[in-house]
Design a protein around this ligand. Structure first.
Ligand code: DX5
Ligand code: ZN
Length: 220
């Protein structure tokens, strides 16, 4: 299975975003956490900032919307050129319509699932999405501990994707390190978000390579 590593700029130095993006040029995509202080108790940035990141980044953008009313806001991120836009199942009024709208603009459509949310109702809608994001922390902050008890959920999505013969990326986000990535990969994830474990090291390029190797070693 193809392994994708996505550093999260939530852990980057916001005052030096251009050079922080250059430090992760060997990544597959860059993960951009948009938070509105309503869906999660934290506030990051909105479309104006993401547009500048899009213009500056050496790799495509994967936008993770932790916001209320994504039906209203998510298309703006597709319009500005994000490669993928993930909104949360818990926040969307009409996930299928929104995913279709994102795809019609030319973005990949992602569906995010919080730790307390059952994924089962969404497994019959997989063909509507390009990516399923299984959160492995409560969304809102970087640097939290990986929730290993989410691995059965990851495996359930992997089985459903395989069973349906679809090429839906399966992403995990939260607490991913060179240690925890093994369990996530073994459970069937193929796309790994890593904030602090990439940016809190002196050599993000080396961290990306180590994460990639550890994931590949456990992928099947
Ligand atoms: C958390 C965000 C994550 C965050 C992960 O709500 O969605 O993308 O940046 O940070 P780490 O890898 O430090 O857990
Ligand atoms: Zn995220």
């Amino acid at each position: 299975m193809t392994v994708r590593i996505e550093p999260s700029i939530l852990s980057a130095d916001f005052a030096n975003m251009e050079s922080e993006l250059q430090r992760i040029a060997s990544a597959d995509l860059v993960h951009v956490d948009v938070m509105d202080n309503h869906f999660v108790p934290n506030l990051t940035f909105g479309p104006a900032m993401v547009e500048r990141v899009q213009a500056t980044s050496p790799v495509p953008l994967d936008v993770h919307l932790m916001i209320e009313d994504p039906d209203r806001w998510a298309p703006d991120y597709a319009e500005l050129g994000a490669h993928s836009v993930t909104f949360h199942a818990e926040a969307a009024a009409d996930p299928v319509s929104l995913a279709r709208r994102l795809r019609s603009i030319g973005a990949r459509a992602g569906l995010g699932i919080k730790p307390g949310t059952d994924v089962a109702p969404y497994l019959e809608l997989l063909e509507e999405f390009d990516q399923i994001l299984v959160m492995t922390v409560e969304p809102g902050f970087g640097g939290q501990s990986f929730m290993a008890d989410m691995m059965p959920k990851v495996s359930a999505v992997r089985d459903a994707v395989r069973g349906a013969g679809l090429d839906v990326w399966l992403q995990v986000d939260g607490g991913i390190t060179v240690e925890t990535i093994a369990a996530a990969s073994a459970a069937g994830a193929d796309t790994f978000v890593a904030g602090s474990s990439v940016y809190a090291t002196p050599d993000p390029g080396a961290a990306i390579a180590e994460l990639r190797a550890a994931a590949a070693a456990h992928s099947h």
